[in-house]
Each structure stands twice: as C-alpha cells, then as structure tokens.
Design a protein around this ligand. Structure first.
Ligand code: AP5
Ligand code: ZN
Length: 212
C-alpha cells in the first residue's frame, strides 16, 4: 500500500518523512534517488543533473522506470511513502497502474500547503549533509555546531538548485505541472490538505494524526 506526500518544493516533504519512517513506512523520494545517481556518476544521473540544476523535471519515463524497478524488487507487504512522486499527471496514472498490478491501494494523498514566500525562505536557508543526507535549516532547524552535521560532524552544503533563480523556476514548474494532481486526487476522494506553513513540530503532528 502507499501514501503520497504532495506539495511544492520546500513545503517540508522530506522533513515530515523522517518521522514516518519510524512508523513503518518505506520512504521513497525520487529527488533522493536521482541525487544518488548523480553521486554515482551514472549516465542517468549525469543527464538528470542538467535538468535538476535548472529546476526542470527529469523525463517521466526515467522517473517511472526508477519507481517500477523499486516496487518490483520490494517486499509486497511494504507501505510506501512517496515524496516528490508523482509530479505530473502521466506519473500519477502510471503510479495507479503500478499499484494495481501489485494488488495494492493508494490510501491517502497528504497535501502540504505553503505560500511562496515561506518556501523561498525555507529553501534559501536549507543546508544538507553531504554524507548522510540530514536536512537542516539555518534558522528553523540549525545544526548544533554551525555548518557541521550533528551526526558525524561532516560539512553541510547548499543544494545546487537552492538558489533564488532556480527556486523561482521550481515554483513555476510546480504550479504548471504538479498542481493539477490536486484535482486528479480530489476526484478520487484521496486529498487531505495540511497547513505546512506551521512549525516543524506542528506539521509533523498533523501528518502523524492523519497517517501515522
Ligand atoms: P526534490 O528533491 O524532490 O525537491 P523538491 O520537491 O523541490 O523538494 P525539496 O526536497 O526541495 O523540499 P521538501 O518539501 O522535501 O522540503 P524539506 O523537508 O527539505 O527534487 C529535486 C529535483 O529532482 C526536481 O526539481 C526535479 O528536477 C527532479 N525530480 C524529483 N522528482 C521528480 C519527479 N517525480 N519527476 C521529475 N523530476 C523529478 O524542507 C525545506 C527546508 O525547510 C529545510 O531546510 C527544512 O529544515 C525546513 N523546514 C521544513 N519544514 C519546516 C517547517 N514546518 N517550518 C520551518 N522550516 C521547515
Ligand atoms: Zn551527516
């Protein structure tokens, strides 16, 4: 079975996912999967990087292929938490097919709602550990020691797509290509909106109350 976390870039999908992993969900972030391919310098990763650095989407067939491989090699009883997937209507339809083929159910779509100006502040202040992937915010979720990851003390970095120009592009692409999914899932009665402009603790509680 599966749950989808839908919402604009920087709404806090990854941050919310951290607590759901402890509740038995398998976290699947297409952004993380693509960054792993970039790190490994695969052909897929190198092609994806060009688009990601510009705030553009990676082609549907590439992303759907990654998800198909992952679902087919996973335990049939797993509960998936999709973060950043699906992002286009084509991807949403493919996900329905994949879930149906596994006799699973898409149980909920949690929509993290957040105004643009909050998103810009969150993404501009985001810092990520280059080693373990932990996500921080210089103001809302700072590391104990500035610029260093709490886990192993390694260097924190800024994602290449977290600059103001690319953030704006990502917001435009979201509105154009991903926002239509809200209507798609509303028609199926699956959408549950959550006010993601609140604090990290409040947003996590609201999501846990819904699907934890
Ligand atoms: P992806 O990695 O999925 O990026 P995104 O959707 O832009 O989302 P983010 O990871 O930036 O944000 P988030 O919502 O997880 O927020 P976070 O929790 O980090 O995708 C990157 C790129 O890959 C795409 O642009 C595209 O090119 C490609 N791609 C990925 N999936 C694809 C697909 N399906 N199809 C095609 N292309 C695809 O939080 C952000 C910051 O805010 C952090 O610093 C955090 O500490 C802070 N924060 C979080 N919550 C709060 C809160 N409540 N209050 C205060 N601060 C908060
Ligand atoms: Zn780390």
């Amino acid at each position: 079975n599966a749950v989808v976390l839908l919402g604009p870039p920087g709404a806090g999908k990854g941050t919310v996912s951290e607590v759901l992993v402890g509740k038995g969900y398998t976290h699947v972030s297409t952004g993380d999967l693509l960054r792993e391919q970039i790190r490994l310098e695969t052909t897929l990763g190198l092609e994806a990087k060009q688009r990601m650095d510009q705030g553009k989407f990676v082609p549907d067939d590439v992303v759907v292929g990654m998800i198909r491989d992952l679902l087919q090699s996973s335990d049939a009883n797993a509960n998936f938490l999709f973060d950043g997937f699906p992002r286009t209507l084509v991807q949403a339809e493919k996900l329905d097919e994949l879930i149906e083929a596994l006799s699973g159910t898409l149980e909920e779509v949690v929509l993290l709602q957040c105004p643009d100006e909050v998103i810009v502040e969150r993404l501009s202040g985001r810092r990520t550990c280059s080693k373990c992937g932990m996500v921080y915010h210089i103001k809302y979720n700072p590391a104990v020691q500035e610029g260093k990851c709490d886990i192993e003390g390694c260097e924190l970095m800024q994602r290449p797509d977290d600059n103001s120009e690319t953030i704006k592009k990502r917001l435009d692409v979201y509105k154009e290509q991903t926002a239509p999914l809200i209507t798609y899932y509303e028609a199926k009665g699956l959408i549950h909106p959550i006010d993601a402009a609140k604090s990290i603790a409040e947003v996590r509680l609201a999501v846990l109350a819904r699907i934890g």
